[in-house]
Design a protein around this ligand. Structure first.
Ligand SMILES: O=C([C@H](O)CO)[C@H](O)[C@H](O)COP(=O)(O)O
Length: 215
């Protein structure tokens, strides 16, 4: 099995704390995600800062775009994003616009299937449009209501689409093996790292668990 990537969700609103957290966990993660609240609060300067500080990391900007796909995403690709997210619920025209912007910059697009009713349909159509990643995502509010991403992950993985699958939604040490075995290519972790007494130690543990599960 190819080594799954670990994506650190940077969900703080504070610019300096975000950069400091990225520094701490950098040895253990592959992708820095600038989370949606964080990018709304800090804007494109944070993309530029992380791009400059971490030239070897992948940088995902979690715009969760809903409209004006090409226009909105284009500026973030130009600032150094490797991956930008667009909402599956936005519809195929917006998804197509973000993919067009990504292509212009030699970058990638992730379709976030959060709150999509027919996830299989949107995933299949997104692949036809040229998306490289589909995201199974139980958001923070849905997690608080007791939901998890596991059943949706199994359903999408079973389709065998030519696309990488990202999974997010409360993933922690206890559930890493389960999502790797289910077929996730990108494991997104936020609170289990940034909420730990030692974020670096938590990230190191998750790295070990992901690598062991994929071995
Ligand atoms: O995308 C996220 C959320 O919707 C806010 O933007 C989180 O970054 C994602 O859910 C990962 O965080 P955890 O669920 O805390 O692991």
């Amino acid at each position: 099995m190819a080594r799954p990537l670990i994506q650190m969700a940077l969900d703080s609103l504070d610019f300096n704390q975000t950069v400091a957290l990225a520094d701490q966990v950098a040895p253990y993660v592959d992708i820095f995600e600038i989370g949606t609240p964080c990018i709304k609060y800090n804007g494109i300067n944070l993309v530029k800062e992380l791009r400059q500080r971490f030239p070897d990391k992948l940088l995902l900007v979690d715009l969760k775009t809903m409209d004006a796909g090409e226009y909105e995403a284009g500026a973030f690709y130009a600032a150094g994003a490797d991956i930008v997210t667009v909402l599956g619920v936005s519809g195929l025209a917006t998804i197509s616009g973000v993919i067009k912007a990504a292509k212009k910059h030699g970058a990638e697009t992730q379709i976030d299937l959060i709150n999509v009713d027919d996830k299989a349909y949107i995933a299949k159509e997104s692949v036809k449009l040229g998306a490289q990643i589909v995201g199974i995502h139980t958001g923070l509010d849905a997690q608080a209501a007791g939901q998890t991403p596991f059943s949706d992950l199994n359903d999408i993985a079973r389709l065998g689409l030519n696309v990488r699958i990202s999974v997010a939604g409360g993933i922690k040490q206890a559930t890493v093996q389960q999502v790797v075995e289910a077929g996730a290519n990108i494991i997104v972790v936020g609170a289990a790292i940034y909420g730990a007494p030692s974020p670096a130690e938590s990230a190191r543990e998750i790295r070990e668990l992901v690598d062991a599960a994929a071995a």
